[in-house]
Design a protein. Sequence first.
Length: 276
Amino acid sequence: MLRSGRIIYTNDLPIYTAFDHGAVRYPGALLADVPSHLNAMLLDGRLDLSPISAFHWAKYADQLALLPELCIGARNEVWSVICVSRTPLEELGGATIAVTRESASGRNLLRVLLERRYGVPATFVESDDPFAEASAGRPALLIGDRAIDAQQTFAPNLVHDLGKCWHEWTALDMVFAVWAVRRDVLARHPAEVARALDALVASQRWGAEHMDVVVATAQRTRPRPAGYYAAYYDTLNFTFDDRARAGLARYCGELFALGAIPALPSVEPESFVVSR
């Protein structure tokens, strides 16, 4: 039975709600946590398979096999990966930016935008409460539900949506999380990995067909204004299609140019037989 992760934020509910409601059975154990913890647990063997940050997969692609079909990304705006700053991003050169400990993809996307798009390197300092830093008027990176809180709290001119900034620069999708499996696990248990992937894809399809249930689940989990979650999930892309792969390839290329990853990985998913 594979030990699998799931992201603790509401942005994963379109994929996992079917499991929570018993509509699809997951053939393994599921552990919910923030992305940075899932990254670490997958790498050190406490998890076998998990959604992880795109940056973490790219950095350790020699150990982590990229799975097909699923991702968490955005075609344009993302809403839940933002930088709150009174100063425009292009003027943040030399600034100190408070960053959440929970995400690697968001932090490195901000670094890519600052250094590669604007040519203005900044200093990142990890914070237990970047929302409080933003409230105090200091630049801060937030992700997930706290980013949504910030979007609803701060004036629109202070909220810089990093998905939108990326799309304006590249005209490409941004992929924030992918599904990956440890290569040693895939080698030993390919059938179990295939069954887990089958279940995940079936659950994502169920979620797309029952978005009212997904939205209601999100609303119970973390209440928002009426209509918010339906609009939010419309901004997200959960299909690791050609557009998502092109965006991921560009992101990896920018990371490699910065020296943030040791090699340029292929963004083609691992090839193995999956019966549907």
